[in-house]
Design a protein around this ligand. Sequence first.
Ligand code: BES
Ligand code: MN
Ligand code: ZN
Length: 501
Amino acid sequence: MTSNLKINLSITSPNEMLSDKNETLIIGIQENGNSQSSKNIFNKASKGLMNTLLKRKEFSGKVNTSCYIPALADQKDKKFFLLGLGNTSDKFKDDDASKLITKICTLAKTANTKKVSLFLPEIKFEKRDFSWFLQNLSMQLESSTYKYIFDGKKEQKNNILASVNLLINSKKDIADLRKSISIGTNIGVGINRMKELGNTPANICTPTYLGNTAKELGRKYKNLSVKVLGEKEMEKLGMHCLLSVGNGSVQESKFIIIEYKGGKKTEQPEVIVGKGITFDTGGISLKPSPAMDEMKYDMSGAASVLGTMEAIALIKPKSNIIGVVASAENMPGSKATKPGDVVKTMSGQTVEILNTDAEGRLVLCDALTYVERFKPKNVIDIATLTGAVIVALGHVASGLMSNNQKLADKIIDAGHASMDKAWQLPLWDEYQGDLDSNFADIANIGGRAGTITAACFLSRFTKKYPWAHLDVAGTAHGSGKAKGSRGRPVPLLTNYLLSQS
Ligand code: BES
Ligand code: MN
Ligand code: ZN
């Protein structure tokens, strides 16, 4: 993917903001401020309109309020959105900053034009700085320009925001701010890559398609090297558990490895592993029909790995990062795995498959054994693994479980910093007994704590390195009317990886 959006940054005083050439201006207004504040400058330029709005209580400058002004007497070719930023002494918390960014993206979209200018006085944060804000703003502006184009219809792209002229009134180092904007935009590109893969229907987006997309990334970015293994190669590696999931499908299962080497040769890599079930029917343990179409999103973990690797290839941090995808299609059929079947994993442990719908852990366990060869610094797997995580956390936070608290804390921090939150659930030994089997080393389901026991299953394969598991079944995509990939957790993953380099 390439960036949809050009973000241009310049330092401007409120006096100059009105001479901006763009037709749409979003002007940040603070409730208080001196005669040089955007409020007073705008009031002067509009011959008192600002004061009228204040008097009539149509706009106060209260944070996240806005007011549309179709034109001014002497600026008929411009439209204005006033955006409330609260008091100059206000310090934005992370959640407030997130709401403000959402508001800006909505206004930019409402403008329905290709170019928008945004004037922002320097706002303050409780524990962040302005460059952090600009990184997240750029990321979400870029991601808000994403649109799924069906049927190759180019005209659907009309009037999608293509450039933002960011006018700020700041004494900060502009080169530094520009760097943050570039990082944010690149993460946005990764988010959009994930969205496109997630939204692509499963008759097109097969394991082979994911493999080809990875190879395409390898050709596009010289700093990525890509390998795609087919079923024969996986057979040789002993990945029988992964392979058992694709048994009922005509689509060949694939195993994808993407390497980024930005650090010293000897430096241990960070590894991310994605679940790539391109469609999850449940297999012989067939799912009910309602909303089964959404199981095309069961490759969201894989898509987040590809999106994150693309963002990393663009940002070029000085560290080593490896992305791995375990991909299969979970179908019923005469060759499909049946409940009660016992398979041998790459690790040598055997699994009694009691429910073929608990397939994500079956592809991931072999991938988690495979990555031991990289002697990873840390491993994070990302998977739409359980419906139960939606019951626990809804669509707000991804579920996080880990065998290493330091790693878990870093991931939680990265989630806050990128407005892509994760919440930790316990991975205590007491839950492990739920996976006891009479016929194999482990059963693939058990107990009532579905999200935790799924992670317990994975933990049997991750003893050799610090590991964390992100259950993104509730966060990766929207449902019903909001159906569509949300590009999560690309922001969290990228932020984590950059903080590690
Ligand atoms: N892909 C599903 C999980 C899922 C459910 C993702 C809803 C997104 C929305 C996963 O493979 C699955 O079917 N999990 C089962 C596990 C159960 C059989 C132990 C589930 O959650 O019901
Ligand atoms: Mn399933
Ligand atoms: Zn699944």
